[in-house]
Design a protein around this ligand. Structure first.
Ligand code: MRU
Length: 348
């Protein structure tokens, strides 16, 4: 797929601040905000103006640049101490995607190496840009590697939104779909609507159609039936956090898809950069699962859909056990049928 088919950038640095495409408003409205203050970046992450594991890490890295700019002008050589609270706020903005903490740790390492008297903005901006560009390069590499697993010309099903909107650009699972489609390996793309936030219906359909890739939207409850029909050979999803044994946290509904895929002999691919791997967790049981507001379930498009007084349970992610995953694709290689040993063998 040529560069013209990868034009969407949900996160960008403008000099005045970090420019975010407001993902709450798509596909009806394409609105960009330029955010110049770190607390607004943290809010934008919590409220899902920007979302998707790598994208929130990148937005947070630019948020650190904004924080350093403000703290240096406020406190001169005392900037480092004030910055600590900003880093904590950013890290607390969303709990599940490890990419957020990973990007902040990289920024923190640069902060530690800087002298107190020096204006930190330019050095931190170099690192934030690096995190952003490396993510795009990783996505392109994963696009190539994931495509090698796909034989013939197949039907695929994807969940949530894992494209340019969710990353620095190009996408993880959607990056594989983009690349494989360009190589003629994909005949049909199905997208789950991804209740309650509708990332699939609102974002994935918008993004794929913008890039000229036809897409068929299904209600989430259709997926197991569809997988039993023989039209889909691969389910391809992204990840928010992968434990050392390959257990993978991803958008709620991914676990059920993996169970249905295995039952129907459909293969299941997870696509994520190595920044999504949390080597501190031996398995997925301790991955923190974000609980989102009940209103996301009780309403649709701003209108109430449940009887007044109904409660709602709204976990934003679930965990796919590694044994239900056929391949984890990273920019550093592919782990087939992941286990702790196979993950370690690839990454050392
Ligand atoms: O709640 P979201 O929209 O931030 O969740 C996003 C996902 O679950 C994606 O599948 C995941 O971040 C991988 S995308 C690169």
């Amino acid at each position: 797929m040529s560069a013209e088919h990868d034009q969407i950038r949900a996160v960008a640095w403008t000099g005045a601040g970090v420019r975010l495409l407001d993902q709450r408003r798509l596909p009806q409205e394409e609105i960009y905000w330029t955010i110049a203050c770190v607390s607004d970046v943290a809010q934008a992450i919590t409220k899902m103006v920007v979302r998707g594991a790598p994208a929130i890490g990148i937005a947070a890295a630019y948020g650190v640049v904004l924080a350093a700019r403000a703290r240096f002008s406020e406190a001169g050589s005392g900037w480092k101490q004030l910055l600590e609270a900003d880093l904590c706020d950013l890290e607390a903005a969303r709990p599940t995607a490890i990419n957020l903490a990973w990007a902040l740790a990289r920024m923190q390492a640069i902060i530690q190496g800087l002298p107190d008297h020096r204006d930190p903005e330019s050095a931190l901006l170099v690192e934030a840009r690096c995190i952003h560009e490396e993510d795009i390069a990783a996505n392109r590499r994963m696009g190539e590697l994931g495509t090698t697993l796909i034989e013939g010309s197949v039907g695929v099903l994807t969940h949530c939104n894992t494209g340019s909107l969710a990353t620095g650009g190009f996408g993880t699972a959607l990056g594989v779909i983009r690349h494989a489609y360009g190589k003629g390996r994909i005949e049909k793309v199905f997208a789950d609507e991804t209740r309650p936030w509708l990332q699939g219906a609102r974002l994935t359909t918008w993004e794929l159609l913008r890039d000229g890739i036809p897409v068929v939207l299904i209600a989430d409850s259709v997926a197991p039936y569809l997988l039993g029909q023989g039209e889909v050979q691969w389910v391809i999803v992204g990840a928010d956090r992968i434990a050392a044994n390959g257990d993978t946290a991803n958008k709620i509904g991914s676990y059920g898809l993996a169970v249905a895929a295995r039952y129907h002999n459909v293969r299941f691919m997870v696509v994520a950069p190595t920044s999504t791997i949390d080597w501190n967790l031996s398995d997925g049981t301790r991955i923190p699962i974000e609980q989102r507001p009940p209103e996301e379930v009780l309403t649709l498009g701003g209108k109430a859909i449940a009887a007044v007084g109904a409660e709602a349970y709204n976990p934003a992610f679930d965990v796919i056990p590694a044994h239900l995953i056929d391949a984890i694709v990273t920019e550093r290689g592919v782990v087939r049928r992941p286990t702790h040993e196979r993950m370690k063998a690839l990454f050392g």
